[in-house]
Design a binder for this molecule. Structure first.
Ligand code: AR6
Length: 169
């Protein structure tokens, strides 16, 4: 049985097995949640990221967590919202699926996602929340190795969107 929850928190403070980073194709850091994760993890994270040769949109790569309270960071690259005709929906769903697959391969039991693509990348919030919850729910129906999956929201409005969508499951 996997519990799905939405909380309001800074993802860098969560004592889970892994947190997901909403990164960019370079995997070399940036603003938003990516910047916060690199700041909290320390320079060793960037050093490991430099060995990964970037990441394609919709895919995911894993590193250690270094100074973070989590063991691993799963870096995924969400799509930039371009109006909806550039495969954004499928690419965002792929971020969630690929992150879960990597997590499963590393025996991760507790995992936290930020709202991928909902900041600098401009994805419409309600649609992104629907894709996140639906994709994670579908994936965990097929595998039950996870005990807790957290949607970590930076503000209350985002948390309410997730809460509402989770209640609809
Ligand atoms: N904990 C949890 N959520 C956070 C945190 C935090 N510490 N900080 C921000 N958020 P964004 P994107 C929320 O822009 O849209 C970076 O520069 C934020 O409120 O971080 O996928 C990368 O390098 C929003 O709801 O990611 C890329 O270039 C959500 O995290 C680009 O931004 C995602 O916002 C990726 O853009």
């Amino acid at each position: 049985m996997t519990t799905l929850q939405a909380i309001k928190a800074d993802i860098t403070t969560l004592p889970v097995d892994a947190i997901v980073n909403a990164a960019n194709n370079s995997l070399l850091g940036g603003g938003g949640v990516d910047g916060a994760i690199h700041r909290a993890a320390g320079p060793e994270l960037l050093a490991e990221c430099r060995t990964l040769n970037g990441c394609l949109t919709g895919e995911a790569k894993i590193t250690r967590g270094y100074q973070l309270p989590c063991q691993y960071v799963i870096h995924t690259v969400g799509p930039v919202w371009q109006g909806g005709d550039a495969d954004e929906v499928a690419l965002l769903a792929s971020c969630y699926r690929e992150s879960l697959l990597l997590a499963e391969r590393h025996q991760i039991k507790t995992l936290a996602f930020p709202a991928i693509s909902c900041g600098a990348y401009g994805f419409p919030i309600e649609q992104a929340v629907d894709i996140a919850v639906r994709t994670v729910h579908e994936c965990i129906k097929q595998r039950n190795g996870f005990s807790l999956i957290t949607f970590c929201c930076f503000d209350e409005t985002m948390q309410q969107h997730y809460q509402q969508r989770l209640e609809g499951l």
